[in-house]
Design a protein around this ligand. Structure first.
Ligand code: SF4
Length: 87
């Protein structure tokens, strides 16, 4: 499931993002953990909605894949830190 599935209207239509060109690289179907995220993480770094996507991913995305340059385990740790839960 991609950022576009969970957040309708994101990103704005006029904004081109790297993951629109290759969604399977960022959001592999059926994956809980993404074993080779380096290229997706690097491409997120050039995305015009990087910060908004990262924030949304930390708060909402529990699926696999890379959101805003963070993998699923990284997002879970970030969420836990915000909640004051050691991880
Ligand atoms: S930050 Fe990465 S996952 Fe998020 S919209 Fe941009 S390219 Fe896609």
């Amino acid at each position: 499931m991609s950022v576009f599935d969970l957040q309708p209207g994101f990103p704005p239509h006029q904004v081109a993002t790297p993951c629109q060109d290759d969604p399977e690289l960022f959001f592999p179907a059926g994956s809980g953990y993404y074993v080779a995220p380096a290229r997706a993480v690097a491409l997120c770094g050039s995305c015009p909605v990087f910060f908004a996507c990262r924030e949304f991913g930390v708060v909402h995305a529990d699926e696999g894949g890379v959101w805003g340059g963070l993998t699923q385990p990284q997002r879970r740790r970030a969420r836990a830190r915000r909640m004051g839960v050691a991880s």
